[in-house]
Design a protein around this ligand. Structure first.
Ligand SMILES: *Cc1c(COP(=O)(O)O)cnc(C)c1O
Length: 351
């Protein structure tokens, strides 16, 4: 267990739940479809190193990260066998890193493809196609006019823009475009992230690449919660009826209220938009409203319900998940997770 100061919050990360989420996503596709793990952005803020080495021990064989530098730490953590794909492909100056750490670029343009032939010819590569999201990947015309033979690509992939909305017509359009560009190539194919897995078998192809679903987030509604955030109480006071709390004096006590101040704020990723009574802090299962504005390092909580002042209060738990907090703040679970700050002591629960 990491050493911690009394005012440091603890982020508990349940790696057993991450693996169970992986298994449950894996079960949604047929046996011959591989399920990989997306661990970009430090595994959505939860530590790519820990999670990748744990999943490797459980026989997960393929990982995806956003940029080459992220691949270095992962390669050291998982050994030489697993495939590590790089979404950004081959960026200038990446060739050495890709080669040294055996990382597989997903080539995104004819330029990247040509550069690859010049600098890394003979190494493994994949191709990323743009089928309608217009974010990353070769345009169809660009792909079809590649002059060289691409049959030795080890993966050809694309990404869905609207997979979290199953009835959105862009899903079918992208599926059709993907078929049109890749049918008959005899290269392994991948289209689905978490949302795409849930759209059904026709989106699965040879390999699925879930990220958020592993970490307990929507759109995988059945996922197991993975994180618990416990924040120490620094002090508590009685605020008399009519007094205010916090910056701007925006919260006014309607009656005498017991207010606890806890040791985390927006500098720890708890964005200001969660303030002013939209979410709760939990003492076990008892919920206490967050009141007033969120400060940089502090949050205030109405603990009048409690008989005494607890040592810590939980902001994320099985009742109030990352998505509940995100919804209250007008954002998505992905953003809350990846914002969780570096000041937390991280504890990994494995099973
Ligand atoms: C982030 C990402 C994923 C994983 O998406 P989730 O929605 O988190 O499952 C898969 N593929 C690409 C290209 C991505 O950028």
């Amino acid at each position: 267990m990491a050493k911690r100061g009394m005012s440091q919050s603890i982020l508990k990360i349940n790696t057993k739940a991450i693996y169970e989420n992986w298994q449950n996503l894996d079960k949604k596709s047929s046996k011959n479809v591989e399920t990989a793990a997306v661990i970009k952005a430090d595994a959505y803020g939860l530590s790519a190193k820990n999670i990748a080495s744990n999943l490797t021990r459980k026989n997960v064989k393929t990982f995806f990260v956003a940029i080459a530098e992220e691949g270095i730490e992962i390669r050291k953590a998982v050994g030489n066998d697993p495939d590590i794909f790089i979404f950004s492909g081959l960026m200038p100056k990446d060739a050495l890193i890709l080669k040294e750490y055996n990382l597989i670029p997903l080539l995104n343009s004819a330029d990247q493809y040509n550069q690859f032939q010049l600098t890394l010819s003979g190494q493994k590569f994949g191709i990323q196609l743009d089928t309608g999201m217009n974010r990353l990947g070769m345009e169809p015309s660009e792909f079809l006019s590649l002059d060289k033979n691409i049959s030795n690509a080890c993966l050809i992939m694309s990404h869905l823009a609207c997979a979290d909305e199953p009835s959105h017509k862009q899903n079918l359009q992208q599926l059709k475009t993907f078929h049109h560009l890749t049918d008959g190539l005899n290269i392994r194919r991948s289209l689905a992230a978490t949302g795409g897995i849930l759209l059904g078998a026709e989106y699965h192809f040879d390999l699925c690449r879930p990220g958020i679903g592993l970490y307990g987030g929507l759109p995988f509604a059945e996922s197991k919660p993975v994180v618990k955030l416990s924040i120490p109480v620094i002090q508590s006071r009685t605020v008399l009826a009519g007094e205010t709390v916090g910056y701007g004096g925006t919260w006014i006590a309607q009656k005498d209220t017991q207010v606890a101040t806890i040791s985390a704020g927006y500098a720890d990723g708890l964005i200001r938009a969660i303030g002013n009574g939209k979410i709760f802090l939990y003492d076990g299962e008892v919920r206490c409203p967050l009141i007033a504005r969120v400060s940089m390092d502090l949050i205030t909580v109405d603990i009048s319900e409690l008989n005494n002042t607890p040592e810590t209060l939980d902001l994320i738990n099985e009742i109030q998940t990352v998505d509940t907090v995100a919804h209250a703040a007008g954002t998505i679970g992905y953003e809350i997770l990846t914002s969780l700050g570096q000041r937390y002591v991280r504890e990994y629960i494995s099973g």
